[in-house]
Design a protein around this ligand. Sequence first.
Ligand code: HEM
Ligand SMILES: [Ca+2]
Length: 810
Amino acid sequence: FSVVKVKRSTTAPVEVFTTTSSATEAPDFTTAGLEDEEDYTTRVWELPPKGDTEGITAKPASSLLIKCDTCPENVTCVPQIQCPAHVRMKDHEKPQICDLPGGTFGYCCLTGQNHTAKRAGTERTPFADFLPLSVLEESRQKFEKLMHNVAMLPVRRGQPEFLHGIAFHSNAVDDKQNFHLSNSAMQQIIAGQLFSKKEEIPVDDLITNNVQVDFKKTPLAHHCSGPHHCSEPNARYRSFDGVCNNKLPHRSLWGSAGQPMERLLPPAYEDGIWTPRLHSVDGSELMGAREASRRLMTDVDLPHLKYNLLLMQFGQFVAHDVTQSASVRLEGGELVECCTANGAQALPEHKRHFACMPIMVSPDDDFYGTFNVRCMNFVRLSLAPNTDCKVGYGKQRSKVSHFIDASTVYGSSEATARELREFNGGRLRMSKDFGRDLLPMISDKKACESDDPGKTCYKSGDGRTNQIISLITLHVLFAREHNRIAGELARLNSHLNDETLFQEARRILIAELQHIVYNEYLPAVIGPIQMKRFRLVPQHHGYAKGYSEEVNPAITNEFSGAAFRMGHSTIDGKFHIHKRGNKVDETINIPDVMFNPSRMRIRTFYDDMLRTLYTQPMQKADNFITHGLSRFLFRGHNPFGLDLAAFNIQRGRDQGLRGYNDYLEVKGLRKLRSFKDLPEEIGNKLAAVYRHPDDIDLWVGGLLENPLNDAVVGSTFSEIIADQFSRFKHGDRYFYEYGKDVNPGAFTLEQLDEIRKTSMARLICDNADHLTLMEVPPSAFVQAGFPHNAPVRCDSANLPFVNLRAWRMN
Ligand code: HEM
Ligand SMILES: [Ca+2]
């Protein structure tokens, strides 16, 4: 091994600004939420000259940002990772910069958290600024041992754990790649852990990336990478994986498939690197995730008064477009088992895979106790190697393109897209079922419950399609819409070849999807005030402004690990399938249609399912969750399944999410100091589970909040979700509303006006079988019985359609 000396930094400069950092580093928060319409890209940092930006220290551009000598009272100067855009100083939104110790810049921030504050009385001893040979060697040995000396039991088909594994599945090639990347990341993590222990590096320095030790030229440098230059920066069509959405070489990987998730706040890893959050702030162990779920997330039927199950189902479709984490796996892609047979107990420590984090079940558990289950399999998420070659904390990897780009329809790589295409008329492959188009069948046995050829599953751009039959229904809908558009385009433009027809149809479909997300879906979820505050409302006319190459579109851990999992509470445990009229003809328990798509072959089922989705209320987003998910998730033919609520809690701890209280502070609110600060019933429930208000898991705390006015979620989740959708809009150069000045695939104004006529209702009408579905409520996410939302016939003039004549090309 060669030893690399790096710049000695006794004061360990804090990495604050991100114009200089690599594509995968860069916790670059959106500049969303600015109140006026001024183009804010001119008000943030001045970019270094294009080209090689490496090594340039970020400087505040003279007149663009206001510099405060010291932050006002009650406001702290913190590194950028601690200060999401919406809590920066100055009218709550605009960044104001300040000096951090060590000569770098931070933001005056309302969060009040300051992990880099000088620790009273302790002068830090300067730590080694290189990774010593001994650490490299020790970490190599430790990694070898982890990989080879432990019995790694694979999960077997037929177990609920097997189906859970499919939640992280895409395909065999992807599994293999993930295995290697994950291992590289693990080696870095182990070296970081050994090093930081030896040098006694404070946890706060690790979680704020305040450790300037790199491992270039060591064996750990396998995946270090420099800037990625785009060969075609102005390509008309976005790439499948999202690469080169941002043109700048240091940012061209932002938001692309395989890139790490970002964070709103630094992680709460107990060792600052990867050890999950398992202890209370008072040092005692946190209550286990299953026990917390059982006590806090009970099953109470509280239907939403306004929104229907289509809002829930569309939410999952969007979730799968923008995020898919990956669990750590064995070399052949097999899943890791952490418990003994039938979940009787956890495997002994020395036999357990390093990524095991089993959920222990109490013998008193009123459900699992009766089956003698004491251990639920849970495997930690795999990480992305640090491409900037620096010692740092673990970053979870997301496998799909982070953008809203219908990657659920087309896949997140060119290779997947190729498998899905018909290569004729620009169409996607479909299977024919008595004249109706359904998705093609899958050949990959790992993506299906059964390897019985009679029970095959469906294939789409996303590996999770068969998770529940209502999700398959939406996949069919969007694939049909693609083919409908391609057909129309071909009719209008007989000279266009397959490739152009495919790409143009894809471009239009993505625009329709984005329009529905920002025009119909998101306002329902976060409410009109947050829509305005974060500048998310679509325009009626003209091109929108607001793209900024400063905005990192990447998914945040807070969004994927907690806030957007609010959707799990909105699921009903049953589908009441209505035939025409109000009669319920069949009641389906949701576990019976998880990874069991056979009903899709019933001729009227597709229409019936769509109608059920827009008729049946969804559940409120609260601390109640159906047993269909918290006891019977993926049960298959077993008497019990998994507990998704427990998984969400455990996942948050695995991802190192900070407690709920820290996010109250992010919003500028006072933290809870006692459980008595809450309404009595909730406070008592929480006090029975958590030792201190700082311990409350983010997913739990967020769901306990009352919804905002005209919104589905409470203020904390709405903030995290708004921040995320702001990234998807302001950080996506190909966003449908942008003009030629930024978007190389911009629509003409005439075309854009047509796209703005898209509605979920129209999409349903245009792609139904019309066997039992002849009409649709104009606001498709609002219950059909809601005032002013009576279903109208599909040929009604009240359902405007996108006139594709605007795409006639000569
Ligand atoms: C319809 C039934 C649904 C089922 C059976 C389901 C099941 C699951 C499962 C098994 C996971 C992985 C859990 C883990 O191990 O961490 C997951 C993750 C997730 N779910 Fe759901 N889910 C459903 C609906 C929804 C809805 C409606 C939403 C949002 C509106 C949603 C949002 C998410 C998100 C954001 C993740 C994290 C994805 C990732 O980054 O890997 N889900 N879901
Ligand atoms: Ca995507």
